[in-house]
Design a binder for this molecule. Sequence first.
Ligand SMILES: Nc1ncnc2c1ncn2[C@@H]1O[C@H](COP(=O)(O)OP(=O)(O)O)[C@@H](O)[C@H]1O
Ligand SMILES: [Mg+2]
Length: 246
Amino acid sequence: MERPETARFEIRMDGLGYEVAGRPVLEGLELRVAARRIGVVGRNGSGKSTLARILAGLIAPTSGQLRLGGIDPCADRRAALRLVGILFQNPEHQIIFPRVGEEIAFGLRQQGLGKAEAQARVAAMLAQFDKRHWQDAPVDALSQGQKHLVCMMAVLAMRPQLLILDEPYAGLDIPTRRQLGRYLRAAAPHLLHISHEPEDLADCERLFWLDRGRIRAEGPAAEILPVFTAEMDRLGELDDIADLAG
Ligand SMILES: Nc1ncnc2c1ncn2[C@@H]1O[C@H](COP(=O)(O)OP(=O)(O)O)[C@@H](O)[C@H]1O
Ligand SMILES: [Mg+2]
């Protein structure tokens, strides 16, 4: 039976904000979106990763409200673990176990699966990617691209409704990017892809441009990306590097 939240999985923000030491990182975000592929574009420091962490329920907004399929992911951790998966830019920030099999099993156990069931799902996931021999392999011995694959398998094994990609391709070579990208695009019913690279987001149905913690524009990718790119080109022509000041 279909879970009620799969019927129309809406991300909804009402006046959402996040402040650190009195400084707003995100401010007054109003958003309603139920698209299958959602993009968030913005410069370094515009608040994209903070938004990703709030969506995954890892940190709580300091003002306003967030609902994912009617659920507050920060207040209801169990539901959030079932609904949302997140892939970070750096696998080192994600992986906590020394061996591949343990890493993939961890999220499943957190979701409440029994040991045997989790093990079976780990084995199936490794088999799907032809990596059965990785079960007891030390994560440290893997290349950067292979570590990304471990993170991806760990997230896919949890079968999230919403998969958040926080610039997971940065630093990967082109074939690895394309291979992982192909899997990730088909990996979850809803994908929220964060990037500062317009080309990553060209096929998003809805795109949000985040600028200094606020939504500067939203609409179809084909409409927003050219405006974003033109603005990035314009800023690149300026000699002002005040934005890089600490
Ligand atoms: N816990 C924190 N403490 C201090 N500053 C933070 C914290 N979280 C985010 N920031 C600041 O918020 C801004 C946005 O950061 P981030 O969300 O990582 O942006 P992006 O992912 O778009 O590069 C940055 O200026 C960053 O330094
Ligand atoms: Mg970031």
